[in-house]
Ligand binder design. Sequence first.
Ligand code: NAP
Length: 247
Amino acid sequence: MSKTAIITGSGRGIGAAIAKRLAAEGYDIVINEVSQEALDTYGAQTVDDCRAAGVRAECYAADVSDHAQCEAMVKWAKDTFGTIDVLVNNAGITRDGLLLRMSEENYDDVIRINQKSVFNMTKLVGAVMLRQKSGRIVNLASVAGLYGNPGQMNYSASKGAIIAMTKTAAKELGSRGITVNAVAPGFIQTPMTDKLTDEQKAAMLAQIAMKRYGQPEEIASVVAFLCSDDASYVTGQTIEISGGLSM
Ligand code: NAP
């Protein structure tokens, strides 16, 4: 029987690379974006790329910070595909600014979209996986959640929380054959980091041992490992993928 993976925020960037990698591994794929417009603009291409691997791929517009929309998406995925074997909590945003200038709205938006989405989706998909007695959940944390980052009080808080949520979910779900892990990327070239100034990018590059930025496919390969049988005894862990940013 085929296996199904839901990857949140997977129309583009790291999520799209993960979707394509898991499609190449034989998973049927659910591409999620916050809006139908985003799906039409770039999600459709990702769906086509996944289908080219010979698997079934469908897209679903839902704001993963909204519990009711997540509930509808998970029900649709279960009804459409039969099982949900992998959940990748990838959707995320930045609203950077120094602490004393950061608005309450920018703090709340990042916590809601990056962190509450992980609660929503892990709770709902976790219930499906508990009944199946198997599953793999991978959360996108960040080096900012491990070490902090100036200008990212909101983002660091959300990613640090995701690391703690990963450990908690691993402890709650482990006895039913479900593993929960996180990856903590450093600087990966995507639309999210394209927004940074040249000065910010150069400052980051200077701290990276490998002296280059990471590519989305280099995150996708580690996520694929965590979803594979080779990682059957790995749970509650956070794997840093940063080219040696912090050592
Ligand atoms: P990205 O290119 O901005 O992609 C993020 C995706 O999430 C976008 O497709 C975005 O949709 C979607 N999204 C945003 N809010 C959503 C919502 N409420 N519901 C559903 N989807 C939503 O970012 P990325 O660089 O690929 O990042 C992917 C993940 O890796 C994020 O969790 C990020 O924090 C993490 N990460 C990235 C880096 C890096 O260097 N790039 C480093 C560490 C961690 P729209 O395009 O429509 O906004």
